[in-house]
Design a protein around this ligand. Structure first.
Ligand code: 13P
Length: 267
């Protein structure tokens, strides 16, 4: 089973519309000759329209960073699946640890009290993934353990638990769904997970997906690694058997760096 690697950039709360549009034009110029890899960018909501326009004629896919599960209504501040589809999104990140209120020690200003501000949990993650699939969007579901959970030896349990709850009741073909393993302690810290350990966890995750969605779906599905991915460490990550791509934060903001990461899939 050959899975086309997905190299996705999560811009988080960075870039204006004009900055985003300029970046993706620069990026496409650098990666257009590559084949056998899919690149995607996930700009903030305010830049989606401008970036969608700038991506016309390119093969870079567009994704959003969050979604609400209702189609429309009195939900101030939220964005519906219909709206994301309308603007040209193919992917949507669901359940990023920052939206689950699971920040690592990298951001000490997020106190326990403030951490609940975005409010995602296993139930909302499941609903969001379901809504995305129902509207023809491909969810990139994120799971990951905190440093405390890893140190307590609970990594596999935490990850399989998050995964089973996220996938509950979903009906998806393997290429309609993406899962990212993003250890919370590796996000934005410069402390990348050892590639062989990321590979071990991701192989375990594929077994969990098999149990939830069946063998065929699990074998088709792309499982990504995210957390302090750089042009320097991307080749070692992409060399692993079980890893089908990366979800990149900081290094995806720079066209040159992200292009270099994308080309690691192609090497
Ligand atoms: P960094 O690449 O900045 O560590 O962020 C990873 C991430 O959270 C991607 O979703």
């Amino acid at each position: 089973m050959t899975r086309i690697p997905l190299m996705a950039g999560n811009w988080k709360m960075n870039k204006t519309a004009a900055e985003g549009a300029a970046m993706v034009k620069d990026l496409w110029g650098r990666i257009q000759s590559l084949s056998g890899v899919e690149a995607a960018v996930c700009p903030p909501m305010t830049a989606l329209h401008a970036v969608a326009q700038a991506l016309q004629g390119s093969k870079i896919a567009l994704g959003a960073q969050d979604i609400f599960w209702k189609e429309k209504g009195a939900y101030t501040g939220l964005i519906s699946p219909l709206m994301l589809k309308d603007i040209g999104c193919k992917y949507v990140i669901v359940g990023h640890s920052e939206r689950r209120g699971r920040f690592g020690t990298a951001d000490a200003s997020m106190t326990p009290e403030l951490m609940t501000v975005f409010g995602d949990n296993d139930t909302t993650v499941n609903r969001k993934a379901q809504a995305a699939l129902e509207h023809g969007l491909r969810p990139i579901i994120c799971v990951g353990e905190t440093l405390e959970e890893r140190q307590a030896g609970n990594t596999d349990k935490v990850i399989s638990d998050q995964l089973q709850k996220a996938l509950q009741g979903l009906a998806a073909d393997g290429d309609e769904l993406v899962i990212a393993y993003e250890p919370v302690w590796a996000i934005g810290t410069g402390q990348v997970c050892d590639p062989t350990e990321a590979d071990r966890v991701i192989a375990m995750m594929r077994e969990v997906v098999k149990g939830c969605l069946g063998k065929e779906t699990a074998e088709k599905m792309r499982l990504l690694y995210g957390g302090s991915v750089t042009p320097e460490n991307a080749p070692a990550i992409m060399e692993q058997n079980a890893i089908d791509g990366v979800l990149v934060g900081g290094a995806s903001l720079d066209a040159e760096k992200f292009a270099s990461i994308v080309s690691a899939a192609n090497a």
